[in-house]
Design a protein around this ligand. Structure first.
Ligand code: HEC
Ligand code: HEC
Length: 310
């Protein structure tokens, strides 16, 4: 293909841009040469030419431009013309190098794929518990984690409000290699319905029961009422004993590890808030962003973090 024109712009706008760009350069060059003076010797009377401007009796000399400045200016004009020949800038003209942002990006991606894909593929063949012990692999994996996961889970992977801590032994969806790979590949969606319709009194009773479940001080009478309601409405997801269900991502309510508890907030308030409004934690599927090979590697990293506690 030796046609250097594309049709990204209509003919009118393309021409318009070409005329304005080249016109501006031509005017700059003209301005420079039209005002250039080379002769600055005083005349026979010793007078030096002035511009005719005067302020408070001080006149402005009309001296030539410094030579270095003049050549620098000429240089910029030549640079501009050279640039416009090589790179896109003049309307639909692609530039003789045919550079585009897309093909530069594609080249970089192709380069990275070619160089790094074999490394990831090699890790892919190692089982996760074993890979988690490979220090070199874990360094690469940490990079991937920092680039893709730390925005939500924190650079230390300890999570935050609404974002689970990945370094403990407490799992919403289970901590086996298979569970972790599933969390990463397909993402997760935790859905806790709102219980507003039960009324404030029941919400208070349930809150006291949940506090008791996790070993906190609670109102006994309200807690007992709450326990009955819990068995009929909550147990389906959180299990009768409150230990949760990883198939649904229903948290263990007896562990005293909280997904939704802001620092400084009363725990009871945060439980009431959960019950009134419901919760819907969303972890986006990662396979589409980073590919299966990297999912495998970073899953091993997450697995290694939880193993360190033991
Ligand atoms: C946009 C924010 C976000 C990003 C990015 C993100 N996560 Fe998550 N992740 C979450 C949320 C929120 C949850 C909890 C979902 C829920 O409440 O059901 C979660 C859950 C998880 C779980 C399940 C934890 C458990 O206790 O079972 C794992 C494992 C995990 N993320 C790892 C990762 C890794 C590794 C990455 C990067 C490749 C990542 N996440 C990127 C928000 C994110
Ligand atoms: C349909 C299943 C389901 C039912 C029924 C359900 N929950 Fe949940 N619950 C969840 C899920 C899933 C989450 C996690 C939400 C998330 O990941 O964003 C959750 C979260 C919570 C939390 C927040 C835990 C934390 O770590 O911050 C509390 C407290 C809670 N539920 C209590 C209850 C109580 C009390 C009831 C009964 C009134 C109840 N749940 C009924 C599924 C359920």
């Amino acid at each position: 293909m030796n046609n250097f024109w594309d049709d990204s712009l209509s003919g009118f706008w393309s021409t318009w841009i070409i005329v304005i760009s080249l016109g501006a350069i031509a005017i700059s060059a003209w301005l420079l040469f039209a005002n250039r003076k080379t002769d600055k010797a005083p005349d026979a009377q010793g007078n030096v030419e002035t511009t005719g401007h005067a302020a408070d009796g001080i006149e402005e000399y009309d001296n030539p431009l410094p030579r270095w400045w003049f050549y620098l200016y000429v240089g910029t004009v030549i640079f501009a013309l050279g640039y416009l020949v090589l790179y896109p800038g003049l309307g639909n003209f692609t530039g003789v190098l045919r550079w585009t942002q897309e093909n530069q990006w594609e080249q970089e991606v192709a380069y990275a794929d070619e160089h790094f894909a074999p490394i990831f593929r090699q890790y892919q063949e190692v089982a996760i518990p074993e890979l988690a012990k490979d220090d070199e692999a874990m360094q690469v994996a940490e990079r991937i984690f920092l680039n893709n996961c730390s925005v939500c889970h924190g650079s230390n992977a300890q999570g935050g409000y609404g974002f689970p801590n990945l370094t403990d032994d407490n799992w919403l969806y289970g901590g086996t290699p298979e569970n972790i790979v599933m969390s990463l590949s397909n993402g997760r969606n935790g859905l806790m319905p709102s219980w507003q319709q039960l009324g404030e009194e029941n919400i208070e009773n349930l809150t006291q029961h949940v506090l008791a479940l996790s070993g906190h001080e609670a109102d006994e009478a309200k807690g007992a009422e709450g326990a009955q309601l819990f068995a009929s409405v909550c147990a389906a997801c959180h299990m009768p004993d409150g230990t949760g269900n990883p198939a649904l991502g229903a948290p263990n309510l007896t562990s005293d590890v909280w997904l939704y508890h802001r620092p400084g907030q009363e725990l009871a308030d945060s439980i009431r808030e959960t019950l009134r409004n419901g919760r819907n934690g969303h972890m986006p599927a990662q396979a589409a962003y980073i590919g299966e090979d990297k999912v495998h590697l970073v899953a091993a990293y997450v697995y290694s973090l939880s193993q360190k506690d033991d």
